[in-house]
Design a protein around this ligand. Structure first.
Ligand code: C2E
Ligand code: CA
Ligand code: CA
Length: 722
């Protein structure tokens, strides 16, 4: 059992100028467990109630000075005095006074003199009634507060009388001023938004005739004119005995809730930048379209378009320019579609679904085509529409793209699968070159799976540091001494073993992982140089291959320099190898970037020279130190067949331009002899050494170390002799 709580005893105030009466009343009330206070005049009663409001007042009417009427009225005006029960004591013949006392706010009356037991019972009853009333008041006020917070109001519609009543809160929510409502259904409907009125009237009619409930949202135009959305709920109540039928219900202002829901829906289903549907909404709509089109003789096609170079553009020109380009691309795609539709270049009739798949990818679903080939026309329209230059400030840029196409039914009957197959076709289109489209075929899946696996493994390899560097010596053709190394990356794959860069570098470039990888190479090379230096060797030059994507990063010179300095290295000991094609893209920025690299102290080499289309004379405009002649030319060299005009020309011109020349891929002594004869300064190749891990270079380095030591001894001896 729970112990009773000790609430203070109720307090009664007896107001009477007659001391005997006060004392008798006190005795009977105290017997009933009440606390009692006395006031001998009206003023004393008011003074007391001002500081302590009693739970009940027993009040005599006839008193000198302030009489009972005045006291009653004053108490009602005091704080917390509004609801205190007031019991009037009056003579039996004084009926007029009783009426007046009620007017002044009395709760009940009793004729005096009265028996003490009657008084106490009456008081007890009044206290209980007052307690119940106050509980009811507080529950009503809590309900009203809850309804205010929930913006909820109640209404009742008497169907027999056709009379509608609104609670105060409902009137407020519906924006109906009190007194302006004529209690008819028509008056309610008059406030409903024009566009919703018929629906609401019909729903009400149906709810009444079918006996079902009302449950709908509709717009309201309140008298202040600001449109709101309300949720209307109603239930039919029939009472056979009184033959009454009415509908009772609530109305709730859900404007803010619906606004928030609309925002959430937009965020969840649309791309915020282009306002196109996103992947999930697209797939949902495609699934619907597939379901509707099942069994029809027409064709549906899903296209995925991918823009090239988008991330590179964002890196170079900033993300705001990237946004601008995406908006313009969206606009052009929309236009290409609408032109296609109006001039009937393809036969689709339903509106196509254009959506955004990722930063640089869009999707399109075409329905009701008469042949699958019609989708190729749309694809070509898209590619053409992106063919004109885009403008970023004063710079004009051309964008290229690729498109993969999957045909509904043949290439999948589910939205997800169609999208995946269109993505596979897209990869195949990319492999063909820029601005191509490609239909899906089953055979693609095999090679694409391999490629996707490679890409995933590569991401893991970066995270798990699975790369190693091999170093290939660069050798002086005359003395056959090592003058430096080229660092070549390898991937130590957990199951496939050592993987050649030729296999993974192109993927790393496409997936834009190459910069991270390249930064790792630079750091590792610098650390290795420090190790060599600490073991007593003179600074060892190392060449590093730089990818085009990395070279085009903003502030690339500062970035690389920072990496080298961070490891305590010097840019002067590093040569950066760039292919002709990297140098030839966007010649004006190339010159500026090369200048930055040179000013930072790096040496610069042209790699694979001869395989591009550039001429040496053209490249002369750039500050270049070294020319690496591609292996393809070296391969053709045979001493017997002495005339190799191209080699002769390259070496001759390189020397004239004062460039350091390195021949790549030297495998035979004959090749070396030819290079010596032509005056080519250095070579790299299996003849001297394959690329090997740094720890296998020790014998070479040891030779160099002893040689450096003997050179130093010679110099010392000479100095001492002089
Ligand atoms: P590359 O820069 O032209 O490197 C020379 C390639 O020729 C190397 O292939 C090397 O092992 C190979 N090679 C050297 N001497 C001979 C020879 O006498 N005969 C033959 N047949 N081949 C020889 P590797 O290591 O497979 O690298 C292939 C390409 O991958 C490199 O061509 C380079 O373009 C790229 N690469 C390698 N490491 C990196 C790197 O760290 N970053 C970047 N961006 N690319 C790299
Ligand atoms: Ca190279
Ligand atoms: Ca090369």
């Amino acid at each position: 059992m729970t112990s009773p709580t000790h609430a203070p005893l109720p307090l009664a105030l007896i107001v009477d100028d007659d001391a005997t009466f006060r004392m008798l009343s006190r005795m009977s009330l105290e017997q009933e467990d009440l606390r009692v206070e006395e006031a001998e005049s009206g003023q004393a009663a008011i003074d007391f109630a001002t500081t302590t409001m009693p739970d009940i007042v027993i009040l005599d009417l006839q008193m000198p000075g302030m009489d009972g009427f005045a006291v009653c009225q004053r108490i009602r005006q005091l704080p917390r005095g509004e609801f205190v029960p007031i019991l009037i004591m009056t003579g039996s013949d004084d009926v007029d006074s009783i009426a007046q006392a009620y007017q002044m706010g009395a709760t009940d009356f009793i004729v005096k003199p009265c028996h003490g037991l009657i008084l106490s019972q009456r008081v007890r009853y009044m206290l209980r009634a007052s307690h119940n009333l106050s509980a009811l008041r507080s529950s009503e006020s809590r309900l009203a507060q809850a309804q205010r917070i929930a913006q909820l109001g109640g209404w009742e519609w008497d169907l027999v009388q056709n009379r509608m009543d609104l609670s105060e809160a409902a009137g407020r929510i519906l924006g109906i001023a009190p007194g302006s409502f004529d209690h008819t259904q028509a008056a309610y409907l008059a406030r409903v938004h024009d566009g919703d009125r018929d629906v609401v009237a019909e729903a009400m009619r149906e709810a009444v005739t079918d006996g079902t409930g009302l449950d709908l949202d509709h717009r309201m135009v309140p008298q202040d004119g600001k449109e709101r959305i309300v949720h209307l709920l109603g239930e039919l109540v029939t009472d056979e005995s009184t033959n009454s039928r009415c509908m009772m219900g609530t109305v709730q202002d859900v404007t803010d809730k619906r606004d928030a829901e609309a925002k959430i829906y937009l965020l969840a289903n649309y791309d915020s930048q282009t306002h196109l549907p996103n992947r999930s909404l697209f797939l949902h709509r495609v699934a619907q379209a597939i379901a509707c089109g099942t069994g029809s003789s027409t064709t549906d096609a899903l296209l995925v378009l991918s823009l090239d170079r988008y991330h590179r553009i964002c890196d170079m020109y900033g993300s705001r320019s990237g946004d601008q380009i995406i908006k313009e691309v969206t606009e052009r795609l929309r236009q290409a579609l609408s032109v296609g539709m109006t001039i009937a270049q393809y036969s689709g009739t339903d509106s196509p679904i254009l959506a955004r798949l990722s930063d640089s990818q869009f999707m399109l679903y075409l329905t009701n085509l008469s042949t699958p080939q019609d989708s190729a026309r749309v694809a070509q329209n898209f590619l053409d529409s992106l063919g004109h230059p885009f403008h970023i400030g004063t710079t004009s840029l051309t964008l290229s793209a690729n498109i993969g196409i999957a045909i509904s039914g043949t290439d999948g009957t589910e939205a997800e699968l169609l999208l995946r197959n269109a993505g596979t076709a897209l990869q195949a289109a990319k492999n063909k070159g820029h601005n191509c489209y490609q239909y899906f075929s089953d055979a693609m899946n095999v090679s694409i799976t391999a490629r996707v696996n490679l890409e995933q493994d590569l991401r893991a390899a970066i995270a798990n540091n699975q790369f190693v560097l091999h170093y290939q010596p660069q050798v002086d053709t005359l003395s056959e001494k090592v003058i430096g190394f080229e660092a070549l990356i390898r991937w130590q794959h957990p199951t496939r073993g050592l993987i050649s860069p030729a296999e993974f570098i192109p993927v790393a470039e496409e997936e834009e992982l190459i910069v991270q990888m390249s930064e790792w190479v630079i750091t590792s090379v610098t650390q290795q140089q420090r190790i060599w230096h600490k073991s007593g060797l003179a600074p060892t030059a190392v060449s590093i291959n730089l990818s085009g994507l990395h070279f085009r990063q903003r502030n690339v010179a500062d970035q690389i320099k920072a990496l080298v300095y961070a490891e305590g290295g010097t840019p002067q000991d590093i040569e950066l190898e760039l292919t002709e094609s990297i140098l030839m893209t966007d010649a004006s920025t190339t010159a500026a970037t090369l200048k930055g690299l040179k000013e930072s102290g790096f040496r610069v080499a042209i790699d694979d020279f001869g395989t591009g289309y550039s001429s040496l004379a053209y490249l002369q405009r750039f500050p270049i130190d070294t020319l690496k002649i591609d292996r393809a030319f070296v391969k053709d060299l045979q001493l017997g067949k002495s005339d190799s005009p191209i080699m002769r020309a390259i070496i001759g011109m390189g020397r004239a331009l004062n460039l350091h020349i390195v021949a790549e891929g030297v495998e035979t002594r004959d090749q070396l002899a030819f290079l010596r004869m032509q005056g080519c300064a250095a070579y790299q190749g299996y003849l001297f050494s394959k690329p090997v891990p740094a720890n296998q270079l020790q014998h070479l380095l040891r030779d160099r170390l002893s040689e450096e030591a003997s050179n130093m001894t010679d110099r010392l001896r000479n100095r001492l002799a002089s």
